[in-house]
Every structure is written in C-alpha cells, then in structure tokens.
Write a protein that binds this ligand. Sequence first.
Ligand code: ADP
Length: 633
Amino acid sequence: MTESTTASRETLGFQTEVKQLLHLMIHSLYSNREIFLRELVSNASDACDKLRFEALHNDALYENASDLNIRISFDKEARTLTIRDSGIGMSRDEVISNLGTIAKSGTRDFFSKLSGDQQKDAHLIGQFGVGFYSAFIVADKVSVLTRRAGEKADQGVRWESDGGGEFSIEMVDRVARGTEITLHLREGQDDLLAGYKLREIIKKYSNHIVQPILMQKEEWKDGKYETLAEDETVNQASALWAKSKNEITEEQYREFYKHVGHDFDDPLAWSHARVEGKQEYTQLLYIPSHAPFDLYDRQARHGIKLYVRRVFIMDDAEQLMPQYMRFVRGVVDSADLPLNVSREILQESKDIEAIRKGCTGKVLGLLADMAENDKEKYAKFWGEFGQVLKEGVGEDFANKDKIAALMRFATTKADTAEQIVSLKEYIARMKDGQEKIYYVTADSFNAAKNSPHLEVFRKKGIEVLLLSDRVDEWVVSNLHEFEGKQLTSVAKGGLDLGALEDAAEKQEQEKQAGELKGLTDRIKSSLADKVKEVRITHRLTDSPACLVAGEHDISGNLARLMKAAGQKAPNAQPILEINPKHPVVLRLQEENGRFDDWAAVLFDQALLAEGGQLDDPAGFVKRINQLMLEMGK
Ligand code: ADP
C-alpha cells in the first residue's frame, strides 16, 4: 500500500458474519444492553495486560508512561460516552482484522445454525461472545481512535462505523498510546450519560478488573451532580484470584467468569485454590453452564489464561488442561515460572506438567463432588460436556477410573435416552451371579434400545448399557473393566452368561446346536462370501437371526462409524447367529428350492436390525416380495 492511500480515508465492508452479528445483536440483546460496557472494559483490560507482558521484553513500549488504566467519561451535550485505555493499542492492519472480521474458528458454521428466532438466537449469540460489536446495542455510531504502543505519533488510526455494512478507516496523528472508543448514543439511551448510572454498571460487571477504572469525581451540590477535576477509581482494581475465598462474593466470582470465559451466562461451578508445595500457583477454574459452539473443533481456543505473579502471559494456554477438559475456563497464576515463558517452553516444562496434573485433579474433584451432592446440576453438566469428558478415558490413563466413575449412561432399565446411570449404580444392582457389565453400541439410541442382541438380557432381566454417542466406541476400546467387573459387548464373541444360565439351559443349547448342525452348515455355504461362521444362538427370543462380531474384531457399529468418517475399516466378516426356536428358522430346514434366497434375507434383516446398510437393497426387496407372494399362494 502506498503512502497516499494509507493517509487518506478508506471505506471497507465488514465480513458477512460481522454484518449478521451486528444485526442480530442490535435486535436481540437490547434487554441486556448494559453488557456493552462490560465487553468494552474487558477488551481494554486485556489490552493493558498485553502491553504489560510485551513490555517485559521491551520497556520502551511504555513510552515513559507505565500507568495502565481505563478511563470512562461522557459528554451530555454531544451525547457521547468514551472508554479509553492506555494499553497496547492497534496498528492499522490490526484494526482492520480485529474490528472488521471475526477471527474465530467455526464462525461460518455457527452463523449457519442460527434459527431466525430472536430469543433463541440471542442466547446463542451469548455463547459466541459479542465483544466489541456490542457497542452498537446502545450506539448508532462508534468511533475508535488508537495507536499501537511503540509506534510513532503519526501512526494513529481512526475507525468509524454506523453498524451498517461498512466502516471507514484513516491514519491520524495521535499522541496517546492505547485505544479510545467513543459511542454516539442512540435515541433513548441518555440515562447512560450520568456518572452514578455508569458507576453502578461498572460495579456490577467490572468490579474485578485488575486495572483501575477511572472516572471524574462528582459532588452533589444544589440538587444536582457537579463534576470535579480530579479522578477516582471506581472499581476494586485488584486481581480477584489473588484474594482469599472469604473476601470474594458469589456475584464477584460470576462476573469474573464472564470476563475470562467470554460468556454471557453464569458458570455452573468453580474451584478456587492456592496450591503450595513443589509448585506454587493459584488456580481459579470454572465449568461453564453450556457448551460453546466450537466444542468439537480441535483447533478451537482453550480457556485458561496463564499469569506469572499477576502478569498476564498468554490466553488459551492449552498446556494447562488436557484436551478432554477443553471446556474449562479460568486463570492459573504461577509463582515460579519465569516471566519470559513461551508456548514452546510450556510444552516441555515439567513445572507445567505438575500444574496441569493439579488442575486436572481439581476439576475431577469438583465434578465428583457435584455428582455426589447436586445431582441435578451434575445432570446438566453431563448433558453439556459428558461426551467430551468421556474422551478422557482414553486420553488420561492415570485418571481413567475417576473419569469412569463420573460417566453416566442410558440403560435398558429406564429406556430413556437420558444418560443417568453410573457404573457404580449398575454394579450395585447386578443380578445374582452376574459378573460382567454388559453394553451394546449403536449409532442411535433407538437402534441400541431395539437391538436384537438384547432379547435374552430382557428375558432374564439383566440390565445393559445403551451406548450411542460417537465417542462410546472409543470409551469401550479403552475401558475394559470397572471395579473389577469386565465391560462386555453383547454383540461380540460367544455369549457366555456364566452363572446367569443354569445347567439345563446349557445342555439344551448344546443339544440344539448338534441337531441343527446340518442347517448351519448349509447356510454357511450359501452365505460363504458374507459371514465367517453360522451358529445357533441363545441371545434371541423374538428375532430369527442377528450378527455378532468376532471376539477380537471391531464391532459392526465401529466399522460403520469409520466408514462414515472416510477411514478404512478392517474388513472383518461377522458371524451369523440363528435362533433355533424361531418359526422362520424351523421352516428353513425344510426349504429346498429357495434356500439361498431365504438365507440371504436372514442375513440382510440381521444387518438392518443392527443399523447396517445393505449391499444390495434392491435384491433384498425383490426377495421379500417373492417370499410374500409365495406365502399368499
Ligand atoms: P474478543 O475480545 O472476543 O477477541 P472482540 O470483538 O471484543 O473479540 O475484539 C476483537 C479484537 O480486537 C480483540 O481480540 C483485540 O485484539 C482487539 N481489541 C478490541 N478492543 C481493544 C482495545 N481496547 N485495545 C486493543 N485491542 C482491542
């Protein structure tokens, strides 16, 4: 870009998603309008933190003025409100990308999910976090004046927009470092032009901000407020996490969460502790009350801010939390790490490993406590984050048992999709003689619930876990037992119910297997390219046949999941099991002419029943029609 164009005023368009966000926000967040100040103050505070951190390596950035503060003022005549900070400021390029686009992964996806229902979308927008753009809730024109710390005075930038589709940008002279945001208030917002009102909002939402928030002092005189020349600090201006617990109110914890978590809603729970010992650090960790829209985006930001002795070091310090706790938000403040710690150093650091271990333990403890003492809250947690926590069974070997104890399942006892039963509860009500924890996996709750593999379990009143989350196959491939009880798939290997069957039942099964040997052999040769074995089963009471995976093969459900994800699944043929008491099976014994068709239908329906897809659906339909016609004869 040449000198002359940078010097002149330019008009640029917002990214499409920003336009959508602005529109939605102005129309749906109006009832919550005061939060704009919280968002702008939160940004100003972050900007001060960033300057303090960068100045650790480059003192010149302070430009001989190391005061970091936020100033709020208003002009009744001009009907403007101004928020000024002495933080890091922004260069022209930064202004364009920060205030013209949204740099969050999954943004497009998020906007495509909005329903058009303002109330619902307003809630979603809160999850998304609105930040700077919330200024347009109360302002019909916003003007930003900024200069990045360390740049020359002629490197000031003015950004202006009325919140329509465009903004203007121009280079200006600006002496002061940092950012000044002026809001030209909309009609009807004049109550914001009063010191007491602004103080009230700041106390409510921004009391915990570390930097002083300054306003001009006011004095009540002759029936009105008179503004004095001197400033006063309106907020508490100290690091909340550094205080002791009994000095902090619930309300303060909640408001602080909204700042660090970039969230509109209250947190579900938090854990605040100072840890002493080999590593000394303070952690204030929050569990949000709802999942963010990008929970499954592996590139998404993580929620922990790292401080070293109150100095902000970095956002999204992913090394401080394992992946499966990526929903946790909060602050870790270390007393031992060097101030010049970088992401690369963090990755290798033994100290960080110790902190991560400690934080993980705290969160697991917090959850265990919630699960024990506040079941309703825990159910909410599980509904939002259960699937992510389950990943931990494979990711965090040391805590596998603790995570397993926190898991909740749907089971055949309740027949609702709600995941409410713990493994402990399951074990406590196992039948006499039951030694294993039984489960079935399928790609939906209904497919799991109606799986033919469950028939004998229903008949005998044995509870089975119904697993239908995508992550469940990962869970069962990593969790082989819980409290000494083996986890066993009802659709894999030979069914050995052990002591749950009596000797007479076993004897009868063997007898039937012998009697029907001729039939199973015939079916096997008819389906030679589809199954690796055909055998008599006692899993079934109502269905004629089902498919079973070999003991060491992957389950049919996992093979389908892998295929759907574009992965190559090992090609293991299933075992076809047939029900020796079923009339169709008995009838098959006498069939000659159409034996191959019958056998093919038996196989195809078993595949359908477990949620599989037929190789040749048209062939299946044709055979069924033929069989129906014959029956009619
Ligand atoms: P978020 O704070 O969630 O990133 P915002 O829309 O509030 O989203 O802000 C976008 C970006 O603009 C911020 O990440 C920051 O880089 C920059 N920014 C906003 N306000 C300021 C400020 N007062 N000083 C410096 N940079 C700012």
